[in-house]
Design a protein around this ligand. Structure first.
Ligand code: PHE
Length: 454
């Protein structure tokens, strides 16, 4: 898939790869946990708005930058704005990528751990929410185990990225991703038919707008960026491998649509079950790991479903960690002429070491679980700073860059190459020039004034 400066096999190949980067733990793990922590339905509503009004235009901009320059994020900015400071946006992206990879791989490691737990029958058919919580807490407070899971996941990622992202992953994703989707739908059907599910549906779908603050906006926007892999150059890098004939707006729309639908269905799977089992929506990063086994315990063939689900979720996470590592590797190979192997080995080792505090922060180390002053665990803190704010800042700068430095016309010309049609060209230009920067600025000013970062 990602041959050096190669091309995707087809438009479908690209859409699948980009959707593979976008769809991952961000949709199935992060989205429900953020929604639960931020009040449910109003958050969901703003999230959808952010995806369409801010996310989609940025996605298109990143793809255009990537395809035009055929470069990694740093190289792309250097190419379009030589002798200026814009390359720092690319550098921020690369650093953010390593940081996100470090804790993302921790959660991805849990999915692998949960796959083994399910196969070996750790979850009985009588499983209660309390049991599930205890199993989760015991699992994450075992330092050796969580570090082993992190290690395994980083090695898997490194292996695939080292091979220039093998054909295998591309071929398998085509089968596995739709399977995951079907499983999500089936589990959702079980979840919404559990007694007591209605309260969950209400929490998830019936917004009470009086609860919305700009902090909700900041979280929802960050979630949109995270979920769509925006603001750090992953889509610039993936865009650099798209053929010149392909239509960027339709690719972007497909990626956006698949990402949004997986997120929304995940919420529909989690919240009814969560309310039916009396679990708190503010459970935090462990949320889906506590809720899911209780659903598996209540369906025929739960062992099969549970095993399959965690396996597929690991694959979905892998197609996302691949894109995170690929950004840094493309940067080092392009800009510093490192060999691919050297870049992969050193950067995955770095991600592993940076990931250790996150891995230990869910109970294995008291200090890391509750950092003084911020009252959040280390992983949670990384998730907010890098997964939210850093991506929002990156997206803000990318919007400014295409609007006022590289230029709207240049983007339009790139999109229209080979007689492609740029649907909604004016709407896109309006959103990226005015709405995106103003919205992000307003959010930042508000949280600076109120000090309401978390
Ligand atoms: N979008 C991925 C997910 O939802 C995570 C990701 C973020 C990947 C940023 C690449 C860049 O799981």
């Amino acid at each position: 898939m990602l041959r050096r400066r190669g091309k995707w096999g087809s438009q479908l190949g690209f859409i699948l790869a980009a959707a593979g980067s976008a769809v991952g733990l961000g949709n199935i793990w992060r989205f429900p946990y953020m929604t639960g922590e931020n009040g449910g339905a109003p958050f969901v509503f703003i999230y959808i708005l952010c995806v369409i009004i801010i996310g989609l235009p940025i996605l298109l901009a990143e793809l255009a930058i990537g395809r035009h320059t055929e470069k990694n994020p740093v190289g792309a900015f250097k190419n379009l704005a030589p002798r200026s400071g814009w390359f720092l946006v690319g550098l921020l992206g690369v650093a953010t990528g390593i940081g996100i990879l470090s804790y993302y791989a921790v959660i991805a490691g849990w999915t692998v751990g949960y796959f083994f737990k399910t196969v070996t029958g750790a979850f009985s058919t009588q499983l209660t929410a309390e049991d599930s919580k205890i199993i989760f807490e015991t699992f994450v407070s075992n330092p050796g185990l969580v570090m082993l899971c992190l290690f395994v996941f980083i090695v898997m990622t490194a292996y695939v990225v080292r091979g220039g992202v093998s054909k295998g992953i591309e071929r398998w994703s085509k089968i596995l991703m739709p399977t995951l989707f079907i499983m999500l739908v089936l589990l959702t059907i079980r979840s919404v038919t559990l007694p007591g599910a209605v309260d969950g549906l209400r929490f998830y779908l019936q917004p009470d707008f009086s609860e919305i603050t700009l902090t909700t906006f900041a979280k929802a926007l960050g979630q949109a960026m995270f979920s769509m892999s925006l603001g750090m150059g992953a889509m610039i890098t993936y865009g650099s491998y798209i053929g010149k004939k392909e239509s960027l707006p339709s690719s972007a729309a497909w990626v956006c649509f698949s990402d949004l639908s997986v997120a929304l269905i995940s919420g529909l799977m989690i919240f009814p079950a969560l309310f039916a089992m009396n679990i708190s929506p503010e459970e935090g990063p462990g949320l889906v790991f506590v809720v899911l086994p209780t659903i598996f315990a209540r369906i025929p063939g739960g062992l099969f479903f549970g095993t399959g689900f965690f396996l597929l979720l690991s694959v979905a996470a892998l197609t996302s960690t691949i894109s995170l590592l690929e950004v840094v590797v493309a940067f080092l190979v392009d800009q510093y002429r490192w060999s691919r192997t050297k870049a992969v080995v050193s950067m995955s080792a770095l991600a592993f070491f940076v990931g250790i505090p996150s891995a230990l922060s869910l109970g294995a180390s008291t200090w890391l679980s509750n950092i003084p002053f911020v009252n959040r665990g280390f992983l949670d803190l990384f998730n907010i700073i890098l997964g939210n704010y850093s991506l929002i800042i990156g997206s803000f700068l990318i919007a400014l860059f295409v609007s006022y430095k590289w230029g709207i016309r240049a983007v339009v010309a790139e999109v229209r190459r080979e007689n492609n049609i740029f649907y909604f060209r004016r709407t896109w230009a309006f959103l990226i020039r005015y709405i995106t920067p103003i919205a992000i600025l307003a959010i930042f000013v508000y949280i600076m004034i109120t000090g309401n970062y978390f």
